[in-house]
Write a protein that binds this ligand. Structure first.
Ligand code: ZN
Length: 127
């Protein structure tokens, strides 16, 4: 196959454009790798436990949905994948401490205490 000078010029220009795109993609990949490396070597995040607030919309005690599937693993590593009913974003709730009781009645008593605690938080926020 033979090419005219004009066709060769066009092919070279196409090749150069493709190489530029590849170079930009590689540069972007290097930047992302550097950012990931920086994150990995940073001090571990310390987030203090607090009231039940959606990390996206900030709503206190939103109704949440769970699509948990049955699974197993160490209790200390259990997390909840929740979807905020207010903003529809999915987030991970990491239980920080446990109050373990033997019956649903005992659990109900604890939850009633929490309800009044959250009521006092939202009262003080709206005041
Ligand atoms: Zn939300």
């Amino acid at each position: 196959m033979t090419y005219t000078g004009r066709e060769v010029e066009r092919l070279v220009a196409k090749g150069e454009a493709a190489l530029e795109r590849i170079a930009r993609a590689v540069e972007k990949g290097v930047e992302l790798n550097e950012k990931m490396l920086a994150l990995a070597t940073e001090e571990p995040m310390t987030i203090e436990p607090g009231p039940p607030v959606c990390p996206f919309c900030g709503m206190l005690n939103p109704t949440v949905h769970s699509q948990e599937r049955a699974g197993s693993g160490p209790m200390a590593e259990m997390v909840l994948i929740l979807i905020c009913g207010n903003c529809d974003m999915s987030f991970v709730a990491v239980p920080d401490g446990w109050t373990n009781v033997a019956s649903p009645i005992e659990a109900q008593a604890i939850l009633e205490g929490r309800r009044s605690d959250i009521g006092s938080i939202s009262d003080s926020n709206s005041a």
